[in-house]
Design a protein around this ligand. Structure first.
Ligand SMILES: NC(=O)c1ccc[n+]([C@@H]2O[C@H](COP(=O)([O-])OP(=O)(O)OC[C@H]3O[C@@H](n4cnc5c(N)ncnc54)[C@H](O)[C@@H]3O)[C@@H](O)[C@H]2O)c1
Length: 362
């Protein structure tokens, strides 16, 4: 059955806050799903459902008892994901859950156990796998213009602090490692496949919140490669979203508008000739000193390439899940992948607590 001819799946939203409402917008006109309604514990958000032309279910129980609903989308604060996902699976619904899927890998195992018992599909909205900056850096690495990648940085930095809602509370699963870290790590492991040997994490608390307001996370891979993952809510100037450093070139993606580019050695045969590392190095005055090592390369000894921009449609996430429910495709976001990232986040919390690097895999 093709997507066009299959009848849309009835979907209901649990938690019609900022993201719940965004899901409703994104699902509109998609064809695969028909949004039946929503339930939110806040009266104002029940009112909002009416404004949006949705049916506000009077209770969670009534929503789960509606046979027209075959998919439940959980978009509540993080501490309610587990309980609500399990309730929906027990009611025989397929579930899309917001990220971070849960507060621990143990909670996630409970959810997955329930999905198995119920024979229903469960997936997590790791939508940033459809970010164009990520897909563009992925293409650069696949194209090989950087030579052998040895260091990769991925970050997001803002200056507005953590929003003053549940995101500031530890017991509700607040903090930036769970909020943004889960996205950045989820994608990083596709760029650097293979075992992660150690994890070192340091949290930042520049304004003294009870949860991490940002972090530095350093990952060492069995391959010898390394990655730096950074999130900050107290940076008034931002470093690039991506920095990929290979033996023959460096790529930078500055921002979500995809400013940036690649600087690489010309040619791919490794013969540096006059453009070589040693040949053109002449000492230059730099600050109060002199340096040959850090002298910039001559313009003719490098090539500057534009970013090979990849375009994407994040609604492919929903299309894929509808196909998976109909048995036409494998889930794009695999639960094993989400489990590994939850464990990596736990190892990061442990590292931050102990103040030292911790072993992860291999
Ligand atoms: N994937 C993304 O790009 C993305 C972006 C933003 C937020 N999120 C995730 O979406 C989730 C919601 O975030 P948000 O920014 O929309 O938060 P929010 O505070 O704006 O909305 C949460 C809503 O859930 C409701 N709620 C709380 N407990 C409930 C319960 N037990 N039953 C029903 N409703 C309940 C609240 O009243 C609120 O309206 C979080 O898990 C967050 O991490 C994901």
């Amino acid at each position: 059955v093709s997507a066009a001819s299959a009848s849309p799946l009835g979907l209901a939203v649990l938690g019609l806050g900022g993201m719940g409402e965004e899901h409703v917008r994104r699902l509109a006109g998609l064809g695969e799903f028909r949004v039946e309604g929503s339930f939110d514990i806040a009266r104002a958000r029940q009112e909002r459902a009416r404004e949006l032309g949705l049916r506000p279910y009077p209770s969670l129980g009534r929503l789960l008892a509606d046979p027209a609903v075959s998919v439940v989308l959980v978009a509540t604060p993080n501490d309610a994901h587990k309980e609500l996902s399990i309730a929906a699976l027990r009611a025989g619904k397929h579930v899309i859950c917001e990220k971070p899927v849960a507060l621990s890998s143990a909670e996630l195992e409970e959810i997955l156990g329930e999905a198995k018992r119920a024979g229903r599909l469960f997936t997590v909205h790791q939508n940033r796998r459809w970010d164009e900056d990520y897909l563009t850096i992925k293409r650069i690495l696949e194209e090989g213009s950087l030579g052998r990648l040895w260091h990769l940085e991925t970050r997001v930095q803002g200056s507005r602090g953590i929003p003053g809602d549940w995101r500031k509370e530890a017991r509700r699963g607040g903090g930036m490692l769970l909020d943004w870290g889960v996205h950045l790590l989820d994608r990083l492991v596709f760029l650097l496949p293979g075992p992660i040997e150690t994890v070192y994490c340091r949290f930042h608390y520049p304004t003294g919140q009870e949860v991490d307001e940002g972090f530095h996370l350093l990952l060492s891979f069995a391959s010898g490669q390394a990655a730096l993952v950074e999130v900050s809510t107290c940076h008034y100037q931002s470093l690039p979203l991506w920095l990929a450093v290979g033996t023959r070139g460096t790529a930078v993606i500055q921002d979500w508008e995809l400013h940036g580019g690649i600087v690489a050695l010309p040619g791919r045969d490794g013969a540096l000739g006059d453009a070589g590392r040693e040949g053109d190095a002449v000492p230059i005055a730099a600050g109060a000193g002199l340096t040959k090592t850090m002298a910039p390369r001559a313009a003719e000894a490098e090539v500057r390439l534009p970013l090979p921009v990849v375009r994407a449609d994040q609604r492919d996430f929903y299309r894929n899940f509808a196909q998976a429910i109909r048995g036409e495709a494998a889930q794009a976001i695999k639960n094993e992948e989400v489990t590994r990232i939850m464990r990596l986040i736990e190892a990061s919390f442990e590292s931050a607590r102990r103040g030292e690097a911790v072993r992860f895999e291999g």
